[in-house]
Design a protein around this ligand. Structure first.
Ligand code: GTP
Ligand code: MG
Ligand code: NA
Length: 459
């Protein structure tokens, strides 16, 4: 199975942007679903994945391709939805690291906002090509909607004052990108895709501009990254989420970036207490154009080919760590090597602190957020030493481990806990032992509270 330009895998496209700019709604419009309506608080709090076969996307892209006449070479598109809320920068990082191309969603009425800028940083750091969806054009004064219309067709039918507001807002967004050191232009006025970011005006309510957005992504992936998205038989796969599902036990949602996975494959996954070696019991995929994070009639597959979002059911996944890679065991593999490889991400974080004999305890819901907290503690002046870390709910034994610090260095008998449940036994233990507790679901609340504590301790 040689790599060949005639066999491309589906590119992975990550949707990023500030909270409530319309990332999930845009996908809902393409899917004809209402995932957004079912979200707690109307915000996305998990990473999601939806597979769009090209046969479905064509109903939109053909409207524009009648002029372009591009050959469709990609089999489809795997789209990864991410949260825009500030506390989920770990999930935005995860999304930006695994995608081939990204859509940065900007609300045309608001321009660039804090998490737009954060996302921009991530995309630049990972050198990911991206386009901008300038969303909510339907909110422009007097706008007359034309459902699922290519943007220039609907723009030609708008009143002059609507066109004029559209142009003013577009110009000011272009100026805001310029301030960030980026050239930007409406995609149909962009004659240098390598150096200038394309803006695609869209509406998730009317579907306007969606044909343009899908066509542009298809075109850019085929023309600019043909080499990168060639299909290879080597499995490249990462764990997106670890979830307990009724009737299935603990499952992992994975993103298969390249290669194939089969039912019955032996896999190696990073685990909190050491590598997990297990056998794929079921490879479940949502139907085409359905979001994996919404429980649905998952299809059971004998084999799945990249790129695809897959829910894997197998034994012993309870301690799997999201944000790490999954490996498939082949007959001549040394299993110990694979185990060492999957644990490397975790150990590079955990191991760095094994020698700090005095320091605080840090506990978080995911490896990504744990890393963010450790990075923060290193950045404080003077840096805060860390003696122990853990991922997942806080149990009594975690508190007891931290309490050991009370004798050696009582000022470090502190637990910093992000987005994790604390068992009642752990809480009682902390009170009776005299361990200080900081917990929060929003990372900035946690760091603010901790800095107030440091300031008080100094005074
Ligand atoms: P997070 O995932 O929480 O960051 O938000 P999001 O970017 O996914 O935005 P979401 O889809 O939750 O939309 C936020 C709100 O904006 C909802 O009330 C949507 O109905 C509304 N909205 C989204 N897109 C559009 C649009 O194109 N036009 C208008 N008028 N409203 C929109
Ligand atoms: Mg969302
Ligand atoms: Na939202």
């Amino acid at each position: 199975a040689e790599r060949s330009p005639d066999r491309l895998r589906s590119p992975i496209c990550c949707v990023l942007g500030h909270v409530d700019t319309g990332k999930t709604s845009l996908l809902d419009k393409i899917r004809r679903t209402n995932v957004q309506g079912g979200e707690a608080g109307g915000i996305t709090q998990q990473i999601g994945a939806t597979y769009f076969p090209m046969s479905r996307l064509r109903t939109q892209t053909d409207k524009i391709n009648k002029d372009l006449l591009l050959d469709y070479k990609i089999p489809g598109l795997l789209v990864v939805d991410t949260p825009g809320h500030e506390s989920f920068s770990n999930l935005r990082t995860r999304g930006s690291n695994l995608c081939d191309i990204a859509v940065l969603v900007v609300d045309i009425m608001h321009g660039l906002e804090p998490q737009t800028l954060e996302s921009l940083q991530l995309l630049r750091r990972s050198k990911t090509p991206f386009v901008v969806a300038l969303n909510k054009v339907d909110r422009i004064y007097g706008w007359e909607p034309h459902k699922f219309s290519p943007l220039r067709d609907t723009l030609a039918k708008q009143k002059s004052y609507s066109v004029s507001e559209f142009e003013t807002r577009t110009r000011s967004t272009i100026a805001a990108f310029q301030e960030q050191g980026l050239n930007a232009a409406l995609y149909y006025e962009n004659d240098d895709f390598k150096r200038t970011v394309s803006l695609v005006p869209t509406s998730a309510i009317t579907g306007e501009g969606i044909p343009d957005l899908l066509m542009l992504i298809t075109q850019l992936t085929q023309q600019m990254m043909g080499h990168r998205i060639m299909f290879t038989p080597w499995v490249q796969c990462s764990v997106l989420e670890v979830k307990a599902i009724d009737g299935l036990g603990t499952t992992i949602d994975v993103c298969l970036t390249n290669g194939e996975i089969h039912e019955g494959d032996e896999i190696v996954v990073c685990g909190m207490n050491g590598a997990i070696v297990t056998t794929v019991r079921a490879l479940l995929t949502p139907p085409p154009e359905r979001e994996i994070r919404v429980k649905a009639d998952y299809q059971r597959n004998k084999v799945v080919t990249a790129a695809m979002g897959i829910k894997i059911s197998a034994n012993d996944l309870e301690k799997a760590v999201a944000g790490t890679q999954l490996l498939v065991v082949h007959p001549d593999d040394e299993i110990e090597d694979l185990k060492a490889e999957v644990q490397r991400d975790l150990e590079s974080i955990m191991g760095g602190f094994a020698t700090d004999t005095t320091g605080v305890h840090v506990q978080a819901s995911t490896l990504g957020s744990l890393e963010a907290l450790l990075e923060y503690l290193r950045s404080i002046k003077p840096p805060v030493p860390v003696a122990s870390v853990a991922i997942g709910p806080v149990h009594r034994r975690d508190v007891m481990q931290c309490a050991a610090m009370l004798e050696r260095a009582p000022e470090y008998a502190i637990m910093l806990c992000f987005d994790v449940k604390v068992t009642p036994e752990a809480e009682a233990e902390a009170v009776s032992a005299g361990v200080r507790f900081f917990t929060a679901d929003i990372i900035y609340h946690l760091t603010d509270a901790f800095e107030r504590h440091l300031a008080e301790a100094k005074a």
